[in-house]
Design a protein around this ligand. Structure first.
Ligand SMILES: [Mg+2]
Length: 269
């Protein structure tokens, strides 16, 4: 089922972030049942925050005492993620990865090993879907070129990926895509900050996490999720995790989402 991916750089050191909400949550006796922690990467684990070293200590302790496993659930690909972890001197690696918001890997002896069945199916589904919606790509390209100064990025995982020039423009692009999507029911928008890519509606951070849960035979009642942006919303859901949280820098839409579901919202120190 799992196939080896590629070598991993050596990792060691420390950094800082604000993951206070996760620390509070997992140290509570009520949450001792947590067996799986799923964290977003950018804006959640890394960013201009405090407390990353505490998070690593917490994960190490929970691994030892309760066999807790940790998955980094990110829009990055492996090359980008491992470079960032190396540059930031991460002292430990996650046990699992959900990459590009859809592909599942287990870390074995410091190497990411792909869930072949899942990732293969994922690739087939996306190739088929992306080839079936030429009108969508045309309409989107026309809008981006004629009405924005955003860049389109060549990307392996999305025929068109977009980098808006600022948050306001990203909101405008978001609104436009939101209006187009009802005509393409299987197509979903993945947005993280000013970046956009597209995916099949069945593949997102939530379904990737559920695949990891199947492997571990761990349910939502023993899972904690933390994330900060739009692309984290599918995993900040009771079908994935009964313990959800967002860091202090989460966008208002994510804060409201987490709050409405009884989750924990971090506060700046
Ligand atoms: Mg994020």
């Amino acid at each position: 089922m799992f196939k080896s991916n590629e070598n991993l750089a050596t990792i060691g050191g420390s950094d800082r972030l604000s993951i206070e909400c996760l620390k509070v949550s997992i140290e509570s006796p009520v949450h001792m049942s947590v067996k799986l922690i799923s964290t977003d990467f950018d804006g959640t684990l890394v960013g201009a925050h405090e407390g990353l070293e505490h998070f690593f200590e917490l994960v190490k302790e929970q691994r030892k005492r309760h066999n807790v496993e940790w998955v980094i659930n990110t829009g990055r690909n492996w090359e980008s993620l491992v470079t960032e972890m190396h540059d930031r001197s991460f002292p430990i690696l996650p046990d699992w990865l959900v990459l590009v918001e859809r592909e599942v890997y287990k870390i074995c002896r410091d190497h990411p090993v792909g869930d072949y069945d899942w990732n293969n199916c994922c690739e087939e589904v996306h190739t088929s879907l992306f080839n079936s919606v030429p009108d969508f790509w045309t309409s989107l390209t026309e809008f981006i070129v004629e009405q924005t100064s955003a860049e389109t990025i060549s990307e392996e995982h999305s025929p068109i990926a977009i980098r808006a020039s600022n948050d306001d423009e990203a909101d405008r692009i978001h609104h436009f895509i939101h209006g187009l999507l009802p005509s393409y029911p299987q197509l979903a928008m993945m947005r993280n900050s000013v970046y956009f890519r597209f995916a099949h509606e069945a593949y997102h951070k939530g379904s990737g996490l559920q695949r990891v849960q199947e492997h571990l035979e761990v349910g939502p009642e023993a899972t904690m999720v933390i994330g900060d942006h739009y692309n984290d919303i599918p995993m900040l859901d009771s079908t994935c995790a009964h313990f959800i949280a967002c860091p202090s820098n989460a966008i208002p839409q994510v804060r409201s989402h987490v709050k409405e579901r009884g989750g924990i919202c971090g506060h700046a120190a």
